[in-house]
Design a protein around this ligand. Sequence first.
Ligand code: NAD
Length: 237
Amino acid sequence: MSSLKDKVVIITGGANGIGRVSAEAFASANATVVVWDLKTGALPDEINSYSVDVRNSDSVQKATKTVIERFGKIDVLINNAGITHDASLLKMSGQQWRDVLDVNLTGVFNCTKSVAPHMISKKFGRIINTSSVVGLYGNYGQTNYAASKAGVIGMTKVWARELGPKGITVNAVAPGFIATEMVKTIPENVLSKILEKTPVGRLGNPDDVAHIYLFLASEHASFVNGAVISVDGGYVG
Ligand SMILES: NC(=O)c1ccc[n+]([C@@H]2O[C@H](COP(=O)([O-])OP(=O)(O)OC[C@H]3O[C@@H](n4cnc5c(N)ncnc54)[C@H](O)[C@@H]3O)[C@@H](O)[C@H]2O)c1
């Protein structure tokens, strides 16, 4: 993998799970890493972390200004922050619906809208949006999450067209079931069914996703635009 030296990379939701492992991987590839998360917690010193709520466009715009003032540019935005709040359709409250859409869909809109002008002015950028197998195949009890993750794919395809001519590629990554806090909420019997449907026979690791983020951010991916890359061990929904 080529070096990402001199690249300024923002990772939302980078304080935990896939985002955190990715932040460490980008730092190891010599990128300047900025994490935006609700609580930044104990991240290694080489990672620059800011408390940002992606649901709030003022918070995102302020954080964008801070990154530009401190580092002068933004090369890569990874819209990785995401939440679940599961219930079957008839049990899902309006609040559960809005909570998930606010983070997973509006959050991606807020961050991309705020960061894109700084990429356009440099005629270079890589935007990576985190979708999910659930956005591709659906999943019991996840009306809100599936809508948000399918929406992320839709936005990716629009932005690939709008921003491609301006030197910016926009792609989505659709992870399968990855061993993080998010998956710990899945009951044991459901998890064993998921494993049966995963030909490689294991859950993914955050690293499996981080490697794809690294590839999409690298010079090797300059002709990949508007793609949805599944990282799911061959999961069939
Ligand atoms: N774990 C999986 O199996 C899996 C599968 C497919 C897709 N994904 C997606 O991958 C991404 C990362 O998931 P994960 O498993 O690492 O989750 P995680 O819960 O471990 O981490 C998510 C991070 O997002 C942050 N976050 C939540 N709301 C936020 C907000 N309003 N503003 C800023 N940050 C906020 C959290 O604080 C947390 O640090 C998510 O978009 C998730 O939907 C995960």
